[in-house]
Design a protein around this ligand. Structure first.
Ligand SMILES: *[C@@H]1O[C@H](CO)[C@@H](O)[C@H](O)[C@H]1NC(C)=O
Length: 248
């Protein structure tokens, strides 16, 4: 019965959202992307583009991955292909940042508000995240990229949670490059959970009012997992100019 139901859902998805093309991990991620966009910008190991000073590079760049669907629509592709291309492009973007000496890249992959999207698209995205992480673990290891996931994660499917743990565990010892994926993240919820944690610690007598300052607060935020918790630069692709409750 269950497989039948799944089949029916799949068909429905395909018709309604054109979003259930099975996820096919790229075998050769960096090369494949060239086909998607000739504008690919590759920087050599020591090379810094003209006009940019390595010592003035941001330490932490955050990116809101927006416009995948619109891009796919314009290119006459399926929504899933848009998300897929976006996921591949993220890796390229992060690699470029790391080469330029930017140590931390945080990508807003799924906001708490995104739960409001069509159920089937959400399901698609969750399975995309899982396949994405699974297929990239070896890549992250060979490139020595630490991967962390921040967010509420309460509604995240069990299997994806397992893959997240596995990826974090497999890459946790790397220090120089840090890729943070914000999934089910909300800046306001993050501030709220930080406040609650501080109140709790205060009630337990662990901190006093005068101890509460920016440093302490920063340590309570989910972004504490990185050495540079506050981003110096936020990029939103697609041309929209909203922060959408990201790293407030
Ligand atoms: C916050 O307090 C701690 C401990 O007193 C101190 O080390 C730190 O520099 C303070 N941070 C700011 C931003 O004032």
């Amino acid at each position: 019965m269950l497989p039948l139901l799944c089949c029916f859902l799949s068909l429905l998805t395909f018709l309604v959202h054109s979003c259930l093309r099975p996820w096919a991990p790229a075998k050769n991620s960096l090369k494949d992307e060239k086909e998607i966009d000739e504008g690919t910008y590759v920087v050599g190991e020591e090379e810094t583009p003209k006009g940019l000073m390595r010592e003035q590079m941001p330490r932490h760049v955050a990116v809101i991955m927006d416009g995948n669907r619109r891009w796919a629509e314009r290119a006459g592709l399926l929504t899933s292909q848009g998300h897929e291309a976006g996921a591949k492009r993220l890796i390229e973007f992060a690699q470029l940042c790391f080469k330029l000496g930017i140590e931390t890249v945080t990508a807003f992959a799924f906001s708490t508000e995104n739960w409001g999207r069509h159920k089937i698209e959400v399901k698609c995205l969750m399975s995309l995240f899982q396949h994405y992480l699974k297929s990239k673990i070896h890549f992250f290891q060979s490139e020595e990229i630490r991967v962390s996931v921040i967010g509420n994660l309460e509604k995240i499917p069990e299997s994806l949670l397992g893959t997240i743990k596995e990826t974090e565990e497999a890459t946790k010892s790397y220090k120089k490059k840090h890729l943070i994926l914000a999934i089910d993240y909300s800046g306001r919820s993050d501030i709220l959970q930080a406040c609650k944690s501080i109140v709790k610690k205060s009630q337990q007598g662990l901190i006093r009012e005068e101890d509460v300052n920016e440093t302490l607060f920063e340590r309570e935020l989910l972004t504490k997992c990185t050495e540079f918790p506050s981003p110096d630069l936020l990029i939103r692709t697609s041309g929209e100019q909203r922060i959408s409750n990201f790293l407030l």
